[in-house]
Design a binder for this molecule. Structure first.
Ligand code: B12
Length: 225
């Protein structure tokens, strides 16, 4: 039963079906959409983490492959992205409910030129739930704004997100600007997003790369010990 809900949720993400009233990309689906299925999964006590990993992000991976294969176009990606964002709004209160004393300030931004925010938003929500004081600086954030924020607010951690091979290079610029401002040693820099990797993190001198929000929580908690 629970596997079925997650499997149908994933299929509806791929089809960009927000609710049961939506046709979806090839109107092959009827019945509940992403919103109803997310609620149904919660009602069946499926943990939010499973709903995200098995349904939402798994579905978005397929959307990416279809875009790559020219089966999908930008509007198709957007429809799926909006359905996932709405599902995350449902899960957010459950994920953020944490009575843990703050484990430190974490600022996160999608770098200049990049407007992808679903991944960043999921990471922000998961870190809030894990007890970090998260400041979301948004998308397409100018490098100097990130450096100014670090100077004025002294976060222990800075998260940078990029999903394009063009914008990932901006992450290196942020680190160089932090060095130039004498701030590099004041903050641990974590990077993530479909375009980046461990090798790239080493190349630009970031502290670490994280494959997803759950990995980020594990890495940050390891810094605490
Ligand atoms: C949805 C989407 C869009 C939506 C974005 C909507 C939104 N609100 O974000 C829209 C339609 C706007 C869009 C636009 C474009 N897109 Co787009 N998009 C995607 C898609 C399908 C899914 C991305 C997504 O949300 N994934 C789901 C989330 C959960 O995964 P994630 O972002 O990777 O995040 C997870 C981890 O990476 C990690 N993480 C991410 N960030 C961070 C940060 C930190 C600090 C940490 C610790 C972890 C972390 O944790 C997250 C949660 O688990 C991807 C395909 C893909 N597979 O990535 C293409 C993709 C990224 N897009 C692509 C392209 C080319 C574009 C456009 C240029 C298309 C165009 N011609 O206009 C524009 C560029 C706009 C811009 N300037 O940024 C290409 C990039 C190719 C490349 N390597 O450069 C991709 C890979 C598609 C493809 N296969 O070709 N896109």
């Amino acid at each position: 039963m629970n596997e079925d809900i997650i499997a149908v949720l994933k299929e509806n993400v791929i089809q960009g079906r927000m609710t049961e009233d939506d046709e979806g990309i090839d109107d092959s689906l009827t019945g509940p959409g992403v919103v109803e299925l997310t609620q149904m999964a919660l009602d069946n006590n499926i943990p939010p983490k499973e709903i995200i990993a098995g349904g939402l992000t798994a579905g978005m991976e397929i959307v990416g492959e279809k875009f790559n294969a020219k089966e999908y176009y930008v509007p198709d990606m957007l429809a799926s992205a909006e359905a996932v964002s709405t599902a995350m709004d449902i899960l957010k209160p459950l994920l953020e409910a944490s009575d843990i004393k703050s484990k430190g300030k974490f600022a996160i931004a999608t770098v200049k030129g990049d407007i992808h925010d679903i991944g960043k938003n999921i990471v922000a929500i998961l870190l809030k739930g894990a007890g970090y004081d998260v400041e979301d600086l948004g998308i397409d954030v100018p490098t100097e704004k990130i450096v100014d924020y670090v100077r004025e607010n002294k976060p222990e951690f800075l998260g940078l997100s990029a999903l394009l091979t063009t914008t990932m290079l901006v992450m290196g610029e942020v680190i160089e600007e932090l060095k130039a401002a004498g701030l590099r040693d004041t903050v641990k820099v974590l990077i993530g997003g479909a375009a980046v990797s461990d090798d790239f993190a080493r190349e630009i001198g970031a502290d670490t790369y994280c494959s997803d929000g759950f990995h980020a929580v594990r890495v940050l908690d390891s810094f605490q010990t």
